[in-house]
Write a protein that binds this ligand. Structure first.
Ligand SMILES: O=C(O)C1=C[C@@H](OP(=O)(O)O)[C@@H](O)[C@H](O)C1
Ligand SMILES: C=C(OP(=O)(O)O)C(=O)O
Length: 749
């Protein structure tokens, strides 16, 4: 059969009649092995100057034929991979551009890109449109075709660095080549690729070569190697990499590596100063930032769109029916967790926090303070120890502060940052970057802050340092604890008094916690006052379980026949108990047991049992007191007799999603009758079916529909649920523990 005939029938890479790999080492050999494993049926050829590698490649079944000269195979292939050292690529490209006749496309695997591109340009006058420069990030210390591993690229990244005039068809085919091998393919510019790799790969290798060489030259080197364990062993593993290949990389990526090395030298000298001066706090700051960096950035990055290919979002499959029984403790209060880190960081002395919420939102706050030089130990099982730096002890972060999905972080930070001596930029994920920030920027400007916002008052916010703030008298245009808190926090840095009047009471955790840290805040009727120039004193904060997370289970138990559930140690601050008041008015059975006070906040165990609910007109004064609980309250309404009516809840439209619309759309899918108005909704309770709903990446919408499944007549699939981790990371596990049937699966599984 002709090769043409084979290529027409083959399912894997149907456009490639044959593939030539020039350079039969670990990288080229593994690519061939992966293609074979994936079922590629076209012809494979290998070229290598070492005849033993060619013979081995043939014996291993990786290639059909091979030799030392590419010319012999060109007419038989449609795709050529250059898997040779960086410095050898330009000469081979010159040869290929002379001999290429049949429209073959070419890619390379070199670890640096600018030098290769520039050398090719110098050699043949241009980077041909049929060349797609690329780099699989899957190095290993082994070399030679013998080490070829068909799994080497599975779930690894391959970066392609196309030029503006690269042929899109060629780009698509090279992307396809790597995907077939199991890789995630991404694109960067040549320059960005080299900067990133200089820091993530070239610098660490350089340090390993240098450290191992330095220690190996010392007199007591036998002992050093005899007792080498842990850390040093890892360095020797990296230093075992191919010397010639790495020499070429440093020759090729000289500038970017030197820049990365200079940054590193600054870092080492900071650490040297800390060690020399026995500055334990400085060391702890650096080490705790470093020791959490990987975990933290892995999680934050997985929300970013440029990594979307790897992030398979989470889908909930919520089975119809289930039980709600037992005793559980939901995670720590998000609002208080944020504030415990903020005030702990700005206090004098050490603050210990127990019950801290290890969710993405509060972790974003925590990491931001690490970026500003605060030493923070943990979190470890809810315990965090913060080594406060005082109100004026923060340092300028190296880059923008990334606050993920967290509106509270951004709005409270805006107030705190307005009082610093350095400039700082605050940014977040796609949802946060759509949320209104004018509500904090405008009053802060009245206090003297200088703030640039994105279009329409949205993030990013750039807040200029060294401004003199003066207290203001401000009437909040909306009931918002975030705006109130922002201004009170800025008020600590302002001269005179800052007074904030709220149109309706909102959560007062900032006021209570400031008081607990020894910073007085007065309250007269609807006005909170703070005077600038005080200080905070570190101490102990016990964060109770979050009533906003408990709310999902309050509704779950209320709507499920036979339910009897106790939620332990829940915060029942009067400015947060709207959900209990509203559910009770609908007929729910909720008992407050063992009421007590911790760290200036009331807590109780909540016992909730099934009850017949009926629709109500939700009292408007309860709206700010239950603002985050409406998604799940809508599910209570769907299970109540009659109509539940909500008004004066415009704020719901500017949360992580437009929560009125997101819920109404999902209720429509389930067949729950509802009527949306600008500032609210009417929901008619009754039977409803299952279906597939969108959470729009909003944690509370996702969890609300999981609760709905308890009474649905069919299963509910909820899309885009990864953000549940912002406020309630173990929600599926706790739901399962009480008898609900919620399973989190990766999208597409
Ligand atoms: O201050 C806080 O911790 C919060 C205040 C509320 O926001 P608004 O101030 O925007 O109402 C709430 O929705 C948010 O989840 C947390
Ligand atoms: C609105 C919420 O949070 P934030 O504003 O902090 O993003 C929420 O948790 O429901």
């Amino acid at each position: 059969m002709s090769e043409q005939g084979i290529s027409k029938r083959q399912a894997v890479l149907p456009e490639e009649s044959g593939i030539l790999v020039i350079g039969l080492g670990l990288i080229g050999g593994s690519l061939l092995a992966a293609l074979r494993e994936a079922g590629y049926k076209g012809r494979c050829y290998g070229v290598d100057l070492n005849p033993n590698e060619v013979a081995l490649g043939r014996r291993m079944g990786l290639i059909d034929d091979g030799g030392a000269d590419p010319a012999a195979f060109l007419s038989r292939v449609s795709l050529i991979v250059l898997a040779i050292p960086v410095m050898a690529i330009a000469p081979v490209m010159a040869q290929l551009s002379r001999l290429r006749r049949h429209g073959q496309i070419v890619t390379d695997v070199g670890s640096t890109k600018s030098a290769i591109r520039d050398q090719i340009r110098a050699g043949i006058g241009q980077v041909p449109s049929w060349l797609v420069l690329g780099h699989p990030i899957a190095g290993a210390e082994k070399s030679g075709v013998e080490a070829a591993n068909p799994m080497l690229y599975q779930h690894h990244r391959v970066i392609l660095t196309p030029e503006a005039d690269t042929d899109p068809g060629a780009l698509r085919r090279i992307e396809h080549l790597w995907r077939v091998c199991g890789a995630h393919v991404e694109q960067l510019t040549v320059e960005r690729h080299d900067e990133v790799l200089a820091r993530t790969s070239h610098l660490p290798h350089l340090l390993a070569f240098s450290l191992v060489d330095t220690l190996a030259r010392q007199d007591d080197r036998l002992d050093i190697f005899r007792y080498a364990a842990g850390g040093f062993r890892d360095f020797t593993r990296i230093a075992g990499s191919d010397p010639v290949m790495w020499r070429d990389i440093y020759l090729a990526n000289r500038e970017a590596v030197l820049e990365a090395l200079a940054e590193f030298e600054t870092g080492v000298s900071e650490l040297r100063t800390a060690v020399a001066g026995s500055d334990g706090d400085a060391m702890l700051g650096i080490f705790s930032r470093a020791s959490h960096a990987r975990h933290y950035f892995d999680r934050l990055l997985s929300q970013k769109s440029y990594q979307a290919m790897e992030t398979r979002n989470v889908v909930y499959r919520a089975g119809a029916g289930g039980q709600v029984r037992g005793n559980i403790r939901v995670p720590g209060d998000k609002s208080m967790s944020h504030r415990s880190i903020m005030l702990g960081a700005l206090a004098e002395g050490v603050t210990t926090v127990e019950g801290f919420l290890e969710g993405e939102d509060s972790l974003a706050t925590l990491q931001a303070f690490r970026e500003m030089g605060v030493a923070i130990e943990g979190p470890q099982a809810g315990r965090v120890v913060i080594h406060g730096v005082g109100l004026h002890g923060l340092k300028q972060p190296k880059g923008a502060l990334y606050l993920g999905n967290s509106g509270t972080s951004m709005r409270l930070f805006a107030g705190l940052m307005a009082g610093q001596t350095f400039d700082v930029t605050l940014t977040g994920d796609e949802s946060l970057n759509r949320r209104p920030m004018g509500r904090v920027a405008d009053p802060l400007r009245l206090m003297g802050a200088v703030i640039d916002t994105g279009e329409g008052g949205r993030p990013p916010l750039t807040i200029r340092g060294e401004q003199r703030l003066a207290g203001i008298d401000y009437d909040l245009p909306m009931a918002s604890a975030q705006v109130k808190s922002c201004l009170l926090l800025a008020g600590m840095y302002a001269t005179g008094d800052t007074r904030v009047r709220e149109p309706a009471p909102t959560r007062d955790h900032t006021e209570r916690m400031l008081t607990a840290f020894g910073y007085p805040v007065a309250r007269h009727n609807d006005v909170a006052h703070i005077a600038g120039g005080g200080s905070l004193r570190g101490g102990f904060i016990d964060v109770p379980a979050d009533i906003s997370s408990a709310a999902f289970f309050l509704v779950a138990a209320s709507i499920t026949p036979g339910a009897d559930l106790t939620l332990e140690h829940v915060g029942i601050n009067p400015t947060r108990v709207g959900v209990i008041n509203i559910l009770r008015e609908m007929g729910a059975s909720i008992e407050l047991l063992n009421e007590r006070e911790v760290s200036g906040e009331p807590v109780a165990d909540l016992r909730v049992r099934h009850a017949e609910l009926h629709g109500i007109d939700i009292p408007v004064d309860q709206v700010p007191l239950a603002i985050d609980e409406f998604p799940v309250l809508f599910i209570a309404a769907a299970n109540a007799r009659g109509t539940t009516r909500l008004r004066d809840a415009m704020e719901l439209r500017v949360k992580e999603s437009d929560r009125i619309k997101a819920m109404a759309d999902g209720l429509d899918v389930l067949g729950v009758v509802n009527t949306v108005v600008e500032d609210g909704i009417d929901i008619v309770g009754g039977r409803y079916q299952g279906g597939e709903v969108e959470s729009l990446g909003d944690h509370r919408i996702a969890m609300a529909f999981a609760v709905a499944a308890l009474r649905a007549e069919g299963d509910i699939t909820i899309r885009d649920c990864a953000n549940v981790a912002t406020s309630f990371p173990n929600f599926p596990a706790l739901a399962h523990e009480v008898g609900m049937q919620v399973e989190a699966v990766a999208e597409g599984a």
